[in-house]
Structures are given as structure tokens and as C-alpha cells.
Ligand binder design. Structure first.
Ligand SMILES: [Zn+2]
Length: 337
């Protein structure tokens, strides 16, 4: 066999192979990945004791990840995923939607221009009581207090347990206990609990003119650039642990109404905060998000979204921070799809 016919044979086989793979993909159950991000900063080391590296992506890594989605996957809007889930539309193979929780100002300032560059639609869920305020999220305030305090120990108000703050590991453990203590609390009671811990540890974060969260004008800009804006509650509790029904309803409906009043459009999408404690949703919260008027709700439960999934309880994938891990995990999630 001469070189020419050999290479022809090679090409023929390659085409056949790709057709078989394509066919296999069509018969496999399709699915969508909803990626979850929080903060995207030029330098993630800035404010590391406040926001935390666990939820911060470097802008350079985020840019590479969006490039991977645009080139190797199929970026889709949240609404496309919902039509697919409801049986009203199909999705391209390896469909990926991109979402952001909490409402950090860097979402508009750093992440959005990158999304725009690659033509990727986003969904942004804001913690409504923080919009336009100098306050970082309560979990960030606690993180700062526990990591920077000079006190040797902390006594939990819930059970009187004394937590050593001797080293980094001990501080992290005490911080998790404080998260559990505050996660069921909303509004003024939450603020009081955070304030008491800041006072006990004599370490309160001072924004000094820095604003971490979006203001309303920035939220409006996200919408004007074609992205989805949704609610992440008013005060970021674990809503499954909010005992008082009126408090829970308030977190769901007031946050929705406030965004609607500011943006002049209907808010249909919700993201469950998950500061700590498990689970973060229940049959009760699903019913209440439905009666509040939401059409979709995303969780932090790991997995792809399949056709027929409950739109008020959608799984997501937490976006890894490193590029190699990002490609590997996303590829693995779609294995056989
Ligand atoms: Zn959150």
C-alpha cells in the first residue's frame, strides 16, 4: 500500500471512529453541567483571610476555564438547561452553564468581561441585603475574626464549649463550629451573633472604604449585558435550618421582590446558600420556593443535570481552581455522554 492510499485509509478510519463516538453520544443520556463560582479576583491572595482561597478563582485561571468551555464544551444559558430539564428542548452535547453565588463585585468587574469575550451567558445570584453595602458576607467576617484574632480561645455561645485558637488548624475547626452556630440564623439575630463573636475575639473586619459586593447599578449592568440575575436570599442562611416559617418565607420572597423592584423584571431563579450544615434544602424548602414563584433553584449537590430533574433542586459542579483539574473533572462528569 502506497503512502497515499495508506493515509486515505487512516482518514477513513478516523472519520468512522468519530462517527461511532458521535452516535454513541446521541444514544447516551444527555446532561448539562451547571458550574458554580463565587469570587474571581486578579490576585486571589488579596483578602485571603476574608474571602478565602476555597471560593476565589484567579482571573487568569477563570479566563482559561472559559476558553476550555468555549472550545471543548458547549456553553449554554440557564434557560436552555431548564427547557431541557422540562422536556421542551434539547441541548448540545457537553452543555455547560456558568453560575455565580453571593454577588461579589468582582463578578461584574473581572468575570463578566471574560464571559463576554467568549460569548458565555452567566447566571448571578445575589445576597440581597449585602447589595451596595460595605459589608462582606457574614461567613467572610467570621473567617477574618477567627484567622486574625489574638485571643487564645473562643467559647461557643450555643454549648459553652471552649475552642483553642492556638494554631491554624485549631482556628479553622473553631470557625467551622461558628459557621454551624450562625447558619440557621437570619437578619437581626444573625447580625447579633456575628457581632458578638467579632467582639469576643476582638477582631472585626473593617472595610476601610472597600466594597466587596455589587451595588444595584452593577446588578443592573449584568442584566443589561444579557445575563440572568437571581436571588441567593436576603441574609445567606442555610434555609433548610431556618426554623421560623415566616423568616424562611421572607428570605425567599423579599429577596425576589427587592431585585424585581430594582431591575423592573421578574426574578425566576434562586440559588440555595450553603454556608454550612447539611442538607441545604428539603421538601419544605422546595414547596416554598415554588410558592414564592421561582421556576428554578440550584444547589451545591454535586452532579450533572439530567432530563426530568426537579428544576427546583438542580445539581451543580463546583469549579476546580486549577486548569488541569478543571478539564479532567468536567471531562469525567460527561464520560459516556
Ligand atoms: Zn453563597
Amino acid at each position: 500500500m502506497g503512502f497515499k492510499s495508506h493515509s486515505k485509509e487512516y482518514v477513513r478510519r478516523a472519520i468512522l471512529r468519530s462517527r461511532i463516538l458521535d452516535l454513541a453520544g446521541r444514544f447516551a443520556a444527555p446532561g448539562a453541567a451547571i458550574l458554580m463560582y463565587h469570587s474571581v479576583r486578579e490576585d486571589p491572595r488579596d483578602f485571603a483571610d476574608l474571602i478565602g482561597p476555597g471560593i476565589t478563582h484567579a482571573a487568569s485561571a477563570f479566563r482559561r476555564q472559559m476558553e476550555i468551555i468555549a472550545r471543548e464544551f458547549a456553553p449554554v444559558a440557564l434557560e436552555d438547561v431548564l427547557r431541557f430539564v422540562g422536556g421542551q428542548g434539547s441541548l448540545p452535547r457537553r452543555a455547560v452553564a456558568v453560575t455565580f453565588d453571593d454577588g461579589f463585585a468582582d463578578n461584574l468587574e473581572v468575570a463578566e468581561p471574560i464571559l463576554s469575550h467568549f460569548g458565555i451567558p452567566g447566571a448571578f445570584y445575589a445576597t440581597v441585603d449585602l447589595i451596595g453595602t460595605p459589608k462582606p458576607p457574614w461567613y467572610s467576617r467570621l473567617r477574618y475574626s477567627f484567622l486574625t484574632t489574638r485571643k487564645p480561645e473562643w467559647t461557643s455561645a450555643s454549648d459553652g464549649r471552649v475552642w483553642s485558637l492556638n494554631d491554624r488548624a485549631a482556628r479553622e475547626a473553631a470557625l467551622l463550629a461558628a459557621f454551624d452556630l450562625c447558619a440557621p440564623l437570619v437578619a437581626a439575630r444573625q447580625e447579633r451573633a456575628i457581632h458578638d463573636i467579632e467582639a469576643a475575639l476582638d477582631a472585626k473586619f473593617q472595610p476601610d472604604g472597600h466594597r466587596f459586593m455589587m451595588d444595584w447599578e452593577q446588578v443592573r449592568q449584568l442584566r443589561a449585558r444579557g445575563h440572568v440575575v437571581g436571588s441567593h436570599t436576603l441574609t445567606h442562611p442555610n434555609v433548610a435550618y431556618v426554623a421560623d416559617e415566616a423568616d424562611l418565607r421572607n428570605e425567599l420572597t423579599e429577596s425576589k421582590k427587592r431585585i424585581e423592584a430594582e431591575l423592573g423584571l421578574e426574578v425566576l431563579h434562586f440559588s440555595y446558600p450553603h454556608p454550612s450544615l447539611n442538607p441545604q434544602w428539603s421538601e419544605r424548602t422546595i414547596k416554598m420556593t415554588a410558592s414564592a414563584g421561582y421556576k428554578s433553584a440550584v444547589t451545591t449537590t454535586h452532579g450533572l443535570v439530567s432530563a426530568g430533574a426537579n428544576p427546583l433542586c438542580l445539581k451543580r459542579l463546583s469549579a476546580p481552581r486549577r486548569e488541569d483539574r478543571f478539564r479532567w473533572e468536567l471531562g469525567r462528569a460527561f464520560l459516556g455522554r
